[in-house]
Design a protein around this ligand. Structure first.
Ligand code: ATP
Length: 309
């Protein structure tokens, strides 16, 4: 089931938390919203799930508009909010039964749905406990189970692994991947490794705007037009080297890798290489070039570049 977000704007007072964003998510896609704190990820998710009314724009889920058919949209969506609000005094099974009734699942189907959720979300060993007695990871699984119980076509998961230990993170990611084979999933995170591991497509959001959209490979390639070299030069004053590297035509910026040694990160201008110029500079000056290594663009670099300013 497709999600279509069109020119969505949400303001809090004068601040635009989400600023005129448009995108489409297709059936069977797992889309990761990646962005620093306050980027607008939660606000966008709340708008899709009808928890917040946008100031401008519209959202359609499976063709139903959040403005004209909010009840229908809510039925189509399973939502795990950021802080996973659960009724901690309830037992796991009672809570799932309660949520199933809220979703108007026919009485005759409720037991079967609970059994299935317990199985899918790996709750078998913990299902007789009260929610307050569960570890954070198992509470998160209950959160996922409540989001899935009415078999929604679309899943919206706001930081689904926050606060979990590394083992729990891996398990929840695997679970989301499995669910994502059949459903349309949007999840948010500020952990790069998480979106890379879980999502087919990554959308980087910064200050309410989409600043990048694509697979992790595509995003890396987008930044790969800019060559980054690690360079070490000996037999020279490091400040003199720094200045000379900066003066090369093909160089966009130079950074000290460590203040004490003569190692630098050199980024070339788009579509240019600085390898020959660096080599020639060392020959001309009589310096020793002890390292010249191209650095692979990491998703972290892409993220930093797009969200820093
Ligand atoms: P995080 O990763 O920290 O959860 P986020 O990307 O989910 O951040 P949002 O929670 O959508 O970001 O917030 C976007 C901006 O809107 C922030 O500057 C935030 O302070 C502001 N904001 C969010 N909710 C409200 C609110 N209820 N009232 C006023 N401002 C708000």
């Amino acid at each position: 089931m497709d999600i279509l977000v069109e020119n969505l704007t949400k303001k809090y007072g004068i601040q635009k938390a989400v600023d005129d964003i448009t995108f489409k998510v297709k059936t069977g896609e797992v889309l990761g919203f990646l962005g620093p704190n306050g980027a607008g990820k939660t606000t966008t998710m709340k708008a899709i799930t009808c928890y917040l009314a946008p100031n401008e724009g519209n959202i359609k889920v499976g063709g139903y508009s959040i403005k004209d058919d909010p009840e229908k949209v809510k039925q189509l969506i399973g939502y795990l909010p950021e802080h996973n609000p659960l009724y901690e005094d309830m037992g796991v099974i009672d809570y799932l039964k309660f949520v199933a009734e809220l979703h108007n699942i026919p009485k005759s189907n409720i037991k079967e749905r609970i059994v299935e959720m317990v199985k899918i979300c790996g709750l078998e060993g913990e299902k007789h406990k009260k929610i307050s007695e569960l570890s954070k990871g198992y509470q998160q699984r209950v959160g996922l189970a409540q989001a899935l119980i009415h078999d929604p076509e679309v899943l919206i998961l706001d930081e689904p692994t926050s606060g979990l230990d590394p083992n729990q993170i891996v398990e929840i990611r695997e679970l989301i991947r499995k669910i994502g084979q059949k459903k349309t999933v949007i999840l948010s995170s500020h952990i790069l490794a998480e979106v890379e591991a879980t999502c087919d497509r990554i959308m980087i959001i910064s200050k309410g705007k989409i600043v990048a959209d694509g697979s992790s490979d595509q995003l890396r390639k987008q930044a790969q037009g800019k060559e980054i070299l690690k360079i070490s030069i000996e037999g020279a004053d490091k400040n003199e080297v720094y200045t000379a590297l900066n003066e090369l035509d093909s160089v966009a910026y130079v950074d000290f890798i460590s203040k004490s040694s003569s190692s630098f990160e050199v980024q070339s201008r788009p579509e240019m290489t600085s390898k020959r110029a660096v080599f020639q500079l060392c020959v001309d000056k009589g310096w020793y070039l002890t390292e010249l290594t191209p650095t692979e663009t990491k998703l972290e670099d892409v993220f930093r570049e797009l969200t820093m300013n």
